[in-house]
Write a protein that binds this ligand. Structure first.
Ligand SMILES: Nc1nc2c(ncn2[C@@H]2O[C@H](COP(=O)(O)OP(=O)(O)OP(=O)(O)O)[C@@H](O)[C@H]2O)c(=O)[nH]1
Ligand SMILES: [Mg+2]
Length: 317
């Protein structure tokens, strides 16, 4: 990292949390871990025992305990990990008929460690056979869990397509880090690509090291290559201490470069609004990078990254 970036990020303390990821076999736990690590869907094989992985998510370091979900591991391994966890992530395969067994595993586990927040993920919502979320809430008596004294977040997710994935992990990051960091986002660079006219519009609010920018650009072109297959959706690409949030809605692609502690969900929201506002002026040929800058200044002034006075001095050296 350059000395400038090092200075910018100096003083940011990275908190470290143990996250126990549980759920019946085949629920999608390892797929979720892989998406956190690599921001993409990676095929898995069943977990024998337990896998430990560490990932930096926004301002937090998650020590992920990816437990095997087969019955033998539930009895042998889950207890120790639950005892030392700072948060529990319970993953359910929304299309799995073993709902009673899942409910039992869920309640046994969360009652074992009653102090920590629980993130409940109804996974595989992309499958046609996925059970309606309301039914899942009813069957597992999840509103009872929500009425308890600790934070319980319920999310419908597809670890395969990425739908709602980052909303769920933003929630747990916010809960663990406290209210302070909630829903904040400071955009450093905004890129808008119109695939119909092959125009690229960029606006920069700060300088970013070339090598980091190269990595992020590579990420955005990879995403664009996939655009015909999957023309809507979102990806998060990390490089150094930055994240590139790419939101696709054919023919427009928006990439926002934000800090690692910024809210991905907020970046997504800004991108979606930006697309709506920009598409009308793009259609009549009245859009350029300057308009993009003006739009930001007018609509999202608080979400623009501003260099603090003492950093400004460093940059001009
Ligand atoms: N369609 C779909 N398939 C998924 C999703 N998440 C995971 N899968 C698939 O479900 C299967 C099981 O996923 P894993 O992540 O290995 O499940 P696990 O919970 O780690 O299973 P164990 O390690 O045996 O406890 C794999 O074939 C995944 O590709 C999803 O969101 N949608
Ligand atoms: Mg697994």
């Amino acid at each position: 990292m350059s000395s400038i970036l090092r200075r910018i990020f100096k003083g940011k303390k990275v908190e470290n949390y143990e996250i126990a990821i549980i759920g019946l076999d085949g629920a999608g736990k390892t797929t979720i871990v892989n998406r956190l690590l690599r921001s993409e869907f990676i095929p898995t094989t069943r977990t024998l025992g337990v896998n430990y992985r560490t990932v930096k998510y926004r301002q937090i370091e998650f020590n992920l305990i990816d437990l095997g979900g087969q019955e033998i591991y539930r009895n042998l391994l889950w207890h120790d990990s639950l005892d030392k966890a700072s948060a529990i992530v319970f993953v359910l395969d929304s299309a799995d008929i073993r709902i009673g067994e899942a409910s039992e595993a869920f309640w046994d586990s969360i009652q074992r460690n009653e102090r920590v927040p629980v993130l409940f993920i109804a996974n595989k919502i992309d499958l046609v056979g996925a059970r309606a979320f309301e039914l899942i809430v009813e069957d597992l008596d999840l509103t009872r869990a929500q009425r308890s004294a600790r934070p319980v977040g319920l999310f419908r997710v597809s670890a395969k397509t990425g739908e709602n994935f980052y909303d769920a992990f933003d929630w747990i990051a916010d809960v663990l880090a406290g209210e302070e960091s909630r829903f904040k986002c400071k955009v450093r660079v905004a890129i808008l690509i119109d695939l119909e006219s092959y125009q690229i519009y960029t606006t920069k609010f700060t300088n970013i090291e070339h090598s980091v920018l190269d990595q992020l650009n590579k990420g955005i072109s990879e995403t664009m290559k996939e655009l015909t297959k999957n023309s809507t959706g979102m990806e998060v690409i990390t490089a150094s201490d930055l994240q590139l949030v790419v939101v696709k809605n054919h023919p427009l692609v928006i990439g926002l470069i934000i800090g690692y502690s910024d809210s991905v969900v907020r970046a997504k929201l800004i991108s979606e609004r930006l697309m709506k506002t920009a598409s009308a002026s793009i259609e009549i040929g009245q859009f350029d990078s300057h308009v993009l800058l003006k739009l930001f200044k007018k609509q999202w002034p608080l979400d623009i990254y501003k260099i603090k006075k003492n950093q400004e001095k460093t940059l001009s050296k």
